[in-house]
Ligand binder design. Structure first.
Ligand code: BTN
Length: 235
């Protein structure tokens, strides 16, 4: 397991903070976990093979944690980001399965977890001081600035997020435990809503310890473990 506190590194620019940590792991030059933030990314990556575009107001960060593989870990990461953002925002925040942080039905932060050797690399993108978004995403994206009317120091948010990751991972002993699941379910925006998975629709009714979402479709309970689940009235 990785010992805390984590060491931190600040970069001016990088292709992707996840790629940066993955390279260190593959070269065996990463010692005991590391948290990195970059002012800009040239090839930021999102979930499901998407591109992650980040402006100056966005926090791009990644953390490498040595842990046992656990399917639900990516949902634990969402709990950590939620806790870190609560330090700054006195607003209702929710988690859209599996790990988007949303407020007032719009996305504030996204998470990309990748497994490399015995490490999980957790990449987090947070819209902090963004004043607007492109037409393509403005209906579904928001920022801390747009929600609160305040500007934030990106480095301060990074430090708070690192602390929140350390606290959350220690509290739940490096895994998506029953306690973590209970907390997650209380914050999950999908539960009780009409949702659309890749090839069926239904009502999201539960989240399991392995991180999958249970959807009741025509009287049958079906599990979704990956991919996009659109929530009616959200995105
Ligand atoms: C998503 O919502 O699809 C996940 C977005 C994750 C973006 C972050 S930015 C820092 C880290 N580096 C990457 O290339 N991606 C993650």
């Amino acid at each position: 397991m990785t010992n805390f506190p984590l060491a931190t590194v600040y970069l001016e620019s990088v292709d992707s903070t996840n790629n940066y940590l993955k390279r260190l792991i593959k070269e065996s030059t990463l010692e005991n976990g590391l948290a990195v933030m970059a002012k800009s990314q040239s090839s930021g990556r999102g979930r499901l093979g998407r591109t992650w575009l980040s402006g100056e107001g966005t926090l791009c960060m990644s953390i490498a944690i040595k842990n046992k593989y656990s399917e639900g870990f990516t949902l634990l990461a969402a709990l950590a980001v939620y806790e870190g953002l609560k330090v700054f925002l006195d607003l209702p925040l929710e988690i859209k399965w599996p790990n988007d942080i949303i407020s007032v039905n719009k996305k504030l932060a996204g998470i990309l977890c990748e497994r490399v050797n015995e490490y999980t690399v957790i990449g987090v993108g947070i819209n902090i001081n963004d004043k607007s978004f492109s037409d393509e995403i403005s209906h579904k994206a928001t920022s801390m600035y747009l929600l609160s009317g305040k500007e934030y120091k990106v480095k301060e948010v990074f430090k708070a997020l690192v602390k929140a990751f350390e606290n959350t991972i220690e509290k739940y002993d490096y895994g998506f435990t029953k306690e973590a699941l209970a907390k997650y379910k209380g914050l999950c925006a999908n539960i009780g809503k009409n949702v659309r998975a890749k090839d069926f629709s239904g009502v999201a009714v539960d989240v399991l310890e392995n991180g999958s979402l249970t959807i009741e479709a025509e009287g049958v309970l079906r599990q979704v473990s990956s991919g996009e689940v659109v929530v009616h009235d959200i995105y």
